[in-house]
Design a protein around this ligand. Structure first.
Ligand SMILES: Nc1ncnc2c1ncn2[C@@H]1O[C@H](COP(=O)(O)OP(=O)(O)OP(=O)(O)O)[C@@H](O)[C@H]1O
Length: 255
């Protein structure tokens, strides 16, 4: 699925009537299957752009499209992964993962088959019958990712999904996500505060300016010899190209 943001601007009006100019004139095209990471200072409008792409928010200027069709409402075609897993504690992991399919009216047998496949994919098959509170934070995040994958969305929108995890778990989940991305068929929009994470994961990194946010740097990540291989983050970080891109991205971020 190809996503576009066409001259998107957004002004929020707070309850006290103050106008917050969150995003200014942002145009981006994300081709089918591309993994785009977005970085920028706190409050620069990253989540606002994600909400526009998700269909949660109609921008006050411009608009977004998916494969040319205007995005006006949420759709299972666009899965959203938040920083916190939001799993229901009274439902098993499997039932949580099947929830989206249930709302879509998918029959129980098919729900079970699809949730089993995705729980297997994220390494949680053995925990299908556990309750979310019996899982670690990383496992809960895997469950949230499995829930999104069961709908087989063409687009995955991720808002700092690994921000609350310890470094080791974070690296494991980065590896899982890269594998899922390389299996193909997903366009990914991924917000992070970590420049390293953006370069490890992204085919492309966008840097936004302070509010009102605009894209001030749009850089491809093309590190020779790594494409299509399993993640070896150490090796990647040690490469000259990685260091160059990190320097370029870090110096474009105005805090
Ligand atoms: N519903 C709202 N009403 C008023 N202002 C809002 C609302 N939502 C966001 N804002 C403001 O709009 C600006 C952009 O917010 P947004 O959440 O998009 O930024 P962000 O880049 O994702 O921030 P962070 O990195 O801290 O998560 C911020 O100044 C925020 O306070």
């Amino acid at each position: 699925m190809t996503l576009t943001l066409d001259e998107v601007s957004h002004r929020y009006v707070t309850e006290r009537g103050e106008v917050v100019h969150a995003v200014s004139d942002t145009s981006v095209t994300i081709p089918d299957g591309q993994f785009v990471c977005v970085v920028g200072p706190s409050g620069c409008g990253k989540t606002t752009l994600l909400k526009v792409l998700a269909g949660f928010l109609q921008p006050t200027g411009g608009g977004a499209t998916m494969d040319g069709a205007p995005i006006t409402a949420p759709s299972p075609e666009r899965g959203v992964v938040f920083q916190h897993p939001n799993l229901y504690p009274w439902l098993s992991v499997r039932k949580n993962v099947e929830l989206g399919l249930k709302f879509q009216g998918v029959a129980a047998g098919e729900r079970a088959a699809r949730s089993s496949e995705q729980l297997e994919r994220v390494g949680l098959a053995r925990f299908s019958d556990a309750r979310p509170y019996e899982l670690s934070g990383g496992m809960q995040q895997r469950a949230q990712i499995a829930r999104v994958l069961t709908s087989d969305p063409g687009v995955i929108l991720m808002d700092e999904p690994f921000g609350a995890l310890d470094a080791l778990t974070r690296e494991q989940l980065q590896g899982d996500l890269l594998r899922i991305s390389r299996e193909g068929g997903k366009t990914i929009f991924f917000i992070t505060h970590s420049v390293d994470e953006a370069i490890v994961l992204g085919d492309r990194v966008l840097v936004m300016s302070p509010r009102p946010g605009r894209v001030v740097l749009d850089v491809p990540v093309d590190i020779s010899g790594t494409h299509g291989r399993a993640l070896d983050a150490e090796e990647l970080r040690a490469s000259e190209e990685f260091r160059e891109i990190r320097e370029q991205v870090a110096s474009a971020i105005v805090r």
